[in-house]
Design a protein around this ligand. Structure first.
Ligand code: FES
Length: 286
């Protein structure tokens, strides 16, 4: 390609372009012959540069700026500025484009959802350690219970809220319901009842003993039970209060196993009761 033609095309550029790229361009032309495509690119770039000096330099000039000379490093190519009214095709160096940002946010969202799903599945399938109802409860020795509630020796039920039960000291409770003074401080295992406070009708929690009758009455529909949890006439429950298994350990502590439940006896009338207090079968607590 005639060198003269190349020089003419370069001379057509504004002086600011020639000052910035002239030295590098000369080096490029020394190293390789310019092709017809390079000439066309130079011509188009000269026209563009005349019309708008802020647009990107032509390919050949940019290549010239990017090729370091053999002897000394070339100055860094300035970041092209988008002219007013023209949108840059790529974000500035070091900044995310909107598309990349959206992709990353989408990936982060999918990742979080997956993590939540996996964690939920693991939590659901993980073996459950029983610590609430369904497990064993140590209530302490009779002396421990009496230290908390001395009236337990006189027959008043001991409420143990962790297992939602009343611990009944049976011989003392019978005396209490009969209106007698009792003091049973160390009942044996077969003299203990662990009555579940869940009403067998619809599951309401049964409150403390009715003081006047010494009976339990559920506040929801007035089902009434004697002090041993046997169902009396009043109320819709079909059976007595359920009970948990009770034992006394080697250390003398009372242990209730709430996984072993015995259903209360069915309501078969006053003759089926194992204990009768002095009040009528259908008397209700007021
Ligand atoms: S839930 Fe207790 S009587 Fe209905």
């Amino acid at each position: 390609m005639p060198l003269r033609l190349v020089q003419l095309l370069l001379a057509a550029y504004p002086s600011s372009y020639r000052e910035r790229y002239g030295a590098e361009m000369a080096a490029v032309l020394e190293e390789r012959m310019a092709s017809w495509r390079d000439l066309l690119d130079l011509a188009r770039g000269a026209l563009d540069a005349r019309l708008d000096p802020q647009i990107d330099p032509p390919r050949v000039l940019a290549a010239a700026a990017a090729i370091p000379p053999a002897s000394a490093p070339s100055p860094a190519l300035p970041v092209p500025r988008a002219p007013y009214g023209v949108v840059a095709s790529a974000p500035p160096t070091g900044e995310l484009s909107r598309r990349v940002f959206m992709r990353r946010m989408l990936a982060a969202g999918v990742g979080l959802l997956s993590l939540e799903f996996i964690a939920g599945t693991l939590a659901f399938t993980w073996p459950q350690v029983r610590s609430g109802l369904g497990g064993k409860f140590g209530l302490g020795t009779p002396a421990d219970i009496l230290a908390i509630q001395p009236s337990w020796a006189e027959g008043w039920p001991y409420p143990y809220t962790k297992a939602r039960l009343f611990l009944i000291n049976v011989p003392a409770a019978k005396e209490l319901a009969l209106g007698h003074q009792a003091s049973v401080k160390s009942p044996s295992a077969d003299q203990l009842l662990a009555l579940w406070r869940k009403c067998p009708h619809l599951g309401c929690q049964i409150p403390q003993l009715c003081e006047s009758l010494k009976r339990f009455t559920c506040n929801c529909h007035q089902s009434t039970y004697n002090i041993l949890g046997e169902k009396l006439k009043t109320g819709p429950a079909a059976r007595g209060m359920d009970r948990f298994e009770v034992s006394i350990g080697d250390d003398g502590g009372i242990v209730v196993d709430s996984s072993k439940v015995t259903a209360g006896a069915p309501n078969l009338g006053p003759d089926a009761l194992t204990f009768k207090d002095p009040f009528p079968w259908d008397a209700a607590c007021h």
